[in-house]
Write a protein that binds this ligand. Structure first.
Ligand SMILES: Nc1ncnc2c1ncn2[C@@H]1O[C@H](COP(=O)(O)OP(=O)(O)O)[C@@H](O)[C@H]1O
Ligand SMILES: C[C@@](O)(CCOP(=O)(O)O)CC(=O)O
Ligand SMILES: [Mg+2]
Length: 386
């Protein structure tokens, strides 16, 4: 028997980085997923834990005895209570990952593989198994691949544990009950901590719960959109690392605490106003257009403040300039420093303008997609031969 889980990526409409410092942010799930399949070994002589990262053509395999020896201090797994990875365990886990000779070009994956080993051993202990991962999401681009990975992984691992209440006979995709989802989200955050250092928790929360959320200091409020929201996502293809960008903002905050607290407060207001606009009723085209204009202005203001935090990038500025030629408003999404930019596509905008803007962005070497916004969060499905 195997279990498959899928978790969506996300866009942050407003409030990235500031959310790490206690401001409100607004995020929505998108219809690009990370999939994790887990099956326990059935052959008696198979005594290893395998991780296959299919899109990256990478496979890791650790003898279970080696993992048990290295992590003997962990004790019995306790899937019902999330535990944080200590500095000592991080070091031990990193050493286990290094033994696998990660190709130099893919060294950024080390933290993802470490998060895998931590979540696996904490939830399932030392059982031989194969875990296969595939993803629609570009890695390290601001669309929350790290969170989708941790959420899908936690879902597959918990689905095979005693800590959740799931029906293994159900055919097709299922969702977790509220308290199981809460536990899953806590585990996923522990994985994100290994990858990000100091995550706010917004990415794993929107990936777990789906739809659209407002998030502040670890608490989510579900948002119901009352208007069509169409976003163009432009991937600058400039690679960057969330952990380093988040650390950079924290350093700037230490240097200029007063100025930065005004920036964070301004972003808190922007996020709350944006959430109110999205939720307020729009009976006709005129009111939708008015709402879109307000959203555009708020996105521009948020982008200005992100630049002020030092997380924009020349490639992001090129996207902003290009879309502005078509009178379209944009902001970076996720950690910035490259990665993806969001552009609001108003309802009454002609298809020709969108096509022209996309063609110009792609001629700069960027990659464009129009994301489906606000679908389900994490789901799982049992299958395979038992
Ligand atoms: N499918 C995956 N398999 C393994 N590691 C992954 C996967 N998706 C994400 N990761 C981990 O997350 C890191 C990217 O996370 P991050 O820098 O937060 O960017 P983002 O979350 O915006 O994609 C990768 O370098 C890797 O360590
Ligand atoms: C910058 C931040 O607000 C979002 C990071 O998103 P991503 O990893 O770039 O997809 C960090 C966080 O909230 O944990
Ligand atoms: Mg991330």
């Amino acid at each position: 028997m195997e279990v498959k889980a899928r978790a969506p990526g996300k866009i942050i409409l407003s409030g990235e980085h500031a959310v790490v410092h206690g401001s409100t942010a607004v995020a929505a799930s998108i219809n690009l997923y990370t999939y994790v399949t887990l099956s326990f070994a059935t052959a008696e002589n198979d005594d290893s834990l395998k991780l296959q990262l299919k899109d990256l053509a990478l496979e890791f395999s650790w003898p279970i005895g080696r993992i048990r020896e290295a992590l003997s201090n962990l004790g019995a797994p306790s899937s019902s209570t999330r535990t944080s990875c200590s500095m000592e365990s991080i070091k031990t886990i990193s050493a286990l990952v290094e033994e696998e000779n990660m190709p130099e070009a893919k060294i950024a994956l080390t933290s993802g593989v470490s998060a895998f080993l931590w979540l696996y051993t904490s939830i399932q202990g030392f059982k031989p198994a194969t875990v296969v991962v595939t993803s629609d999401l570009p890695l390290g681009s601001g669309l929350g691949s790290s969170a989708a990975f941790c959420v899908a992984l936690s879902a597959a691992l918990l689905a095979f544990s005693d800590s959740v209440n799931v029906d293994t006979k159900h055919l097709g995709w299922s969702i977790f009950g509220e308290s199981d989802l809460e536990l899953l989200n806590k585990w996923a955050l522990e994985g994100e901590k290994i990858i990000h250092g100091k995550p706010s928790g917004i990415d794993n929360t929107v990936s777990a719960y789906g739809n659209m959320i407002k998030f502040k200091s670890g608490n989510l409020t579900r948002i119901k959109s009352n208007m069509p929201l169409k976003m163009l996502v432009t991937n600058t293809r400039v690679g960057r690392n969330t952990k380093a960008l988040v650390a950079g903002v924290s350093e700037r905050t230490l240097r200029h605490p007063n100025a930065m607290s005004f920036v964070f407060n301004a972003i808190d207001s922007i996020s709350n106003e944006l959430a109110n606009i999205i939720q307020s009723p729009a009976p006709d085209d005129v009111s939708i257009t008015e709402k879109e204009e307000k959203l555009e202005e708020l996105m521009e203001m948020n982008q200005g403040l992100l630049q002020c935090m030092g997380v924009s990038h020349a490639s992001i500025e090129t996207v902003l300039r290009t879309t502005l030629k078509y009178k379209l408003a944009s902001k970076l999404t996720g950690a910035g420093g490259g990665g993806c930019v969001l552009t609001l596509l108003p309802t009454l905008l002609s298809g020709t303008v969108v096509d022209k803007a996309i063609a110009e962005l792609e001629s700069c070497g960027f990659q464009c997609l129009i994301a489906g916004i606000g679908g389900n969060g994490v789901e799982f499905c049992f299958g395979g031969s038992s």
